[in-house]
Write a protein that binds this ligand. Structure first.
Ligand SMILES: Cc1cc2nc3c(=O)[nH]c(=O)nc-3n(C[C@H](O)[C@H](O)[C@H](O)COP(=O)(O)OP(=O)(O)OC[C@H]3O[C@@H](n4cnc5c(N)ncnc54)[C@H](O)[C@@H]3O)c2cc1C
Length: 357
C-alpha cells in the first residue's frame, strides 16, 4: 500500500473504531479487532525502515507525513489505540536508532510476523528492573498493553548504567493487568510486568548505557503523543459540534463563542503538532533547539486540549458527563493521556533555552 492509500484506508476505519471504543472502554478490553485491522492494513510494519520493507513512518524523514497522519487518525478513532500504536512506533524508532543491523533485521522479521511492541520504561516505586548475571529481576509499570503486547523494549539498571533491551513477553514474564483503577485510557490495559530471574536473551541489549536518556530522541518523540492527543481533540470538537447542532444551538451566540474557541484550540494544537513533527523528524537544527521546540509544543497542545475540554463541558452541560455519550469517554481519555512526565521541567527548560540562545 502506498502511504496515501494506507492513510485513506485508516480514515475509512474511524467510524468503526469509534463505535467499538465505547464497549472497549466500558469493559476494559484490549482493542484486539483494531490491532488485527492495523496488522492487515500493514500499519504495524509501516514504521520499519524502507530497507526492511516498511515505509519509514517515524523512522525516516521521508516517512514523516505518513506517521503524522497515522497518529492523528488513530487518536481520532480511539485514543487508547493511538497510544498503544505510538508505543510500538517509539520502540521501533529506538531500536532502529540504537540497534545493530542484525538486531534491526530480527525485530523487523518479528514485526512482519505480526508482533506488537510495547515500550516499558517507567519504574514502579519499588523493585525497579535490574540486570545482573544475565538475568532480569524487578518490575516495570505502568505498562500499556499488559498481557497483549508480545515484545517490549524495556529499560533496566545495570552496573554500567541504564540500558535498553528487547524482551519477549512470554511465560518468563509475569504480567498483571490492573483493571478498574484508571479513570480513562482504560482500553490501553495498563499493568505491571514482573521479572523473576528472567534470562536475557543473547544480543538483546539495544545500544549502550545511557542511550535511552540521550537527546534529542528522549524528548523529541513527545510530538507523537501530541499527535495522538490532537486526534482525540478532533473527535471531541466534532462530537461537540454534532451535539450542539442536534440541540439546535448552532445559532446561539454564547454556544458559537465557546465553539469558536474550541476551533481555535484545535487549530493551535494542529499547528504546533505538525511543526513539532517537522522539528523532530526532518530538521537539521541543533539537538537543543529541536528539544526546546518539541517541549513547547507539548505544553501548547496540553493547554489547547484542557481549554477545549472545559469549553465542551460548559457547552454540553451534564450530557458531557453521562455515559454512553462519546464526549464523556473522550474527556476521561484526554484527561488521563495528557498526564505525561515532568510537564514543569519541560516548560521551564524550554524557556531557559530561549534565554541562553
Ligand atoms: C494511559 C497511559 C499509559 C502509559 N503507558 C506507559 C507504558 O506503556 N510504559 C511506560 O513506561 N509508561 C507508561 N505510562 C506512564 C507515563 O510514561 C508517565 O510516566 C506518566 O504518565 C507520568 O505522569 P505523571 O503525571 O505521574 O508525571 P510526573 O512527572 O510525576 O509529574 C507529576 C507532577 O509532578 C511534577 N514533578 C515531576 N518531577 C518533579 C520533581 N522532581 N520535583 C517537583 N515536581 C516534579 C510535574 O511537573 C507534574 O506537575 C503511561 C501513562 C498513561 C497515562
Amino acid at each position: 500500500m502506498t502511504p496515501a492509500t494506507l492513510s485513506a484506508a485508516l480514515v475509512d476505519q474511524v467510524p468503526a473504531m469509534q463505535a467499538r471504543a465505547t464497549t472497549l472502554d466500558a469493559e476494559e478490553l484490549f482493542p484486539e479487532q483494531d490491532f488485527q485491522m492495523l496488522r492487515e492494513l500493514g500499519a504495524l510494519r509501516a514504521p520499519l525502515p524502507s530497507a526492511q520493507g516498511g515505509q519509514g513512518a517515524g523512522t525516516e524523514p521521508g516517512g514523516m507525513d505518513l506517521i503524522v497522519r497515522l497518529l492523528i487518525t488513530l487518536g481520532w478513532g480511539n485514543l487508547a489505540v493511538g497510544r498503544l500504536f505510538e508505543a510500538h512506533v517509539n520502540a521501533l524508532k529506538l531500536i532502529v536508532a540504537y540497534g545493530t543491523p542484525a538486531q534491526v533485521g530480527r525485530v523487523a522479521a518479528e514485526v512482519w510476523d505480526g508482533h506488537l511492541f510495547g515500550l516499558w520504561v517507567t519504574d514502579p516505586a519499588e523493585h525497579a528492573l535490574q540486570l545482573s548475571a544475565g538475568a532480569l529481576r524487578g518490575s516495570k509499570g505502568p505498562c500499556s498493553g499488559a498481557g497483549h503486547v508480545t515484545r517490549a523494549l524495556v529499560t533496566m539498571s545495570t552496573p554500567a548504567g541504564s540500558q535498553m533491551a528487547v524482551v519477549a513477553v512470554d511465560r518468563t514474564v509475569a504480567v498483571e493487568p490492573k483493571r478498574g483503577v484508571l479513570q480513562g485510557m482504560r482500553a490501553c490495559i495498563n499493568g505491571v510486568a514482573r521479572f523473576h530471574d528472567t534470562p536475557l536473551a543473547d544480543d538483546a541489549l539495544i545500544g549502550g548505557p545511557g542511550d535511552y536518556l540521550r537527546e534529542p530522541l528522549l524528548s523529541t518523540g513527545a510530538w507523537r503523543t501530541s499527535a495522538v492527543t490532537l486526534g482525540g481533540l478532533d473527535a471531541l470538537v466534532a462530537a461537540t459540534r454534532d451535539q450542539l447542532a442536534r440541540r439546535g444551538h448552532q445559532d446561539a451566540l454564547l454556544q458559537q463563542d465557546r465553539f469558536g474557541h474550541m476551533l481555535i484550540a484545535q487549530e493551535t494544537a494542529r499547528l504546533w503538532t505538525t511543526a513539532a513533527a517537522q522539528h523532530a523528524e526532518a530538521s537539521q537544527a541543533p539537538a537543543a533547539d529541536q528539544v526546546a521546540y518539541v517541549n513547547l509544543a507539548r505544553i501548547a497542545v496540553e493547554a489547547a486540549c484542557l481549554d477545549a475540554m472545559r469549553l465542551a463541558q460548559r457547552a454540553l452541560g451534564l450530557a458531557a458527563f453521562l455515559r454512553p455519550n462519546p464526549v464523556e469517554r473522550l474527556l476521561r481519555d484526554l484527561a488521563v493521556y495528557l498526564r505525561q512526565p515532568a510537564p514543569d521541567s519541560v516548560l521551564t527548560e524550554a524557556a531557559s533555552h530561549a534565554f541562553s540562545a
